[in-house]
Design a protein around this ligand. Structure first.
Ligand code: FAD
Length: 382
């Protein structure tokens, strides 16, 4: 039998690529390998599970066996790739070598860990896949107070979700506003006010230094000397594209695994997409870009080389306490910001020197203007 197309990773990138590929090619052997349990789920739903009353099983959309059947593929679960040998078109799972026709890296991004002092480090939970989520749900059962590290998009979503799920949430982050890399300060203030209205408490500026067990739970000691009582901690301080194995195999890496518009790495038979990929200089950790990449790469793997293009890529942030849609200006493009509206209903627009709309943040009732504004936005990668 000929060597298969091998996809590493069964997140949204891996499974969507496999689905798109099977629409074009029903015959080529297809092997998906994943370090996790291979269940199909939509990762954005991890930050809406408490409000919707869904545990990990409730968020699972299909078991790996069903996915294998649907995709006419083999799915190997709980299997870590340990190395890639591009010269011989094979990869390593420990001592076992697996040959490939083409290899696709869809191995995502890993959570950034902070070293925390104290005797309660095991009460810090990153939530980046369904198994993390199951662990956190189990630990949170019967508890009431959650400390969230990080005030980025994911930290704010968890704060909103867990508050709706009945938890008291404190958010700690060493920044002056929420979502500092994504939002204009006016839009950030609106989102923070919306979340505070729900009961979320923000501690912006300090970092967590020490986490200590006490009789009635935990004490989080912050760098500004304050102490927060909590029962467990969610770490949402950021994600870093996985690049180590690619770099060790001699592939070009930068922030992510470097690929061209055809999603091809610096090695001809190896491709990458999703959170791990830096596509023509752009590394976006969102669903819309990976769907565009999956469609283009499926064509290339089926024998019709196709370049991906990105239109505008607005992100809907799941903070119903203050609805938010954001489309940051393309990297490197400077513009002038204009703030319209009042309270938490803001239209924050970024215009280039030629009057072209470059980006926006819409909060509260202003999110209704999204579709009209999207038509004016430039493509991120034409
Ligand atoms: C809580 C949360 C909420 C989000 N909400 C949104 C949202 O509302 N909108 C949006 O656009 N985006 C959102 N995102 C981002 C979005 O979910 C991700 O961009 C997307 O799911 C990434 O998919 P992926 O397949 O690239 O990576 P992943 O889903 O991380 O999949 C990586 C896969 O690779 C496997 N793997 C890793 N290393 C190895 C190895 N060495 N060997 C074998 N397998 C390996 C893993 O087991 C896994 O199967 C959110 C993210 C989070 C965490």
């Amino acid at each position: 039998m000929s060597s298969p197309v091998v996809i590493i990773g069964t997140g949204l990138a891996g499974y969507n690529l496999a689905r798109e590929f099977r629409k074009l090619d029903g015959e080529t052997p297809l092997l998906l390998i994943t370090a996790d349990d291979g269940r199909s789920y939509s990762k954005p739903m991890l930050s809406t599970g408490f409000a919707k009353g869904k545990d990990a099983d409730g968020l699972c959309m299909a078991e790996p066996g069903a996915m294998a059947e649907q995709l006419k593929a083999e799915v190997r679960t709980h299997t870590h790739i340990s190395g890639i040998d591009p010269g011989h078109k094979r990869l390593w799972i420990g001592e076992e070598a697996v040959e490939y026709r083409d290899l696709v890296l869809a191995w995502g991004a890993q959570t950034v860990q902070v070293p925390v002092q104290g005797d309660a480090c095991d009460r810090v939970f990153p939530i980046n896949d369904l198994e993390d989520y199951a662990r956190f749900r189990a630990a949170a059962a019967g508890k009431q107070r959650v400390l969230i590290l990080g005030a980025g998009l994911i930290g704010c979503e968890f704060a909103n979700d867990m508050t709706l799920g009945g938890y008291q949430c404190d958010v700690v982050a060493p920044c002056e506003q929420v979502m500092p890399t994504l939002l204009h300060p006016a839009a950030a203030a609106a989102v923070q006010a919306g979340l505070e209205g729900l009961g979320v408490r923000f501690h912006l500026g300090p970092v967590l230094n020490r986490l200590q067990q006490v009789a009635e739970g935990l004490e989080a000691h912050l760098s500004d000397g304050s102490v927060i009582a909590c029962d467990l901690v969610v770490s949402a301080i950021g994600l870093r594209p996985r690049t180590d194995l690619a770099a060790a195999a001699g592939l070009l890496v930068n922030r992510g695994v470097v690929v061209d518009r055809q999603l091809r790495t610096s090695h001809a038979n190896i491709f990458a997409l999703g959170d791990c990929a830096e596509v023509d200089g752009i590394n976006l950790l969102y669903v819309m870009p990976l769907m565009a990449c999956a469609r283009a790469l499926a064509q290339t793997l089926a024998g019709n080389p196709t370049a991906v293009s990105y239109g505008p890529m607005p992100v809907t942030v799941k903070t119903p306490a203050c609805p938010l849609v954001v489309s940051p200006p393309p990297a490197g493009q400077e513009g002038v910001w204009q703030v319209e509206g009042s309270g938490t209903d803001l239209k924050v627009l970024c215009y280039g020197a030629d009057g072209q709309l470059l980006g926006y943040a819409l909060t509260g009732a202003a999110v209704l203007d999204k579709l009209a504004l999207n038509r004016q936005l430039p493509a991120l990668m034409a």
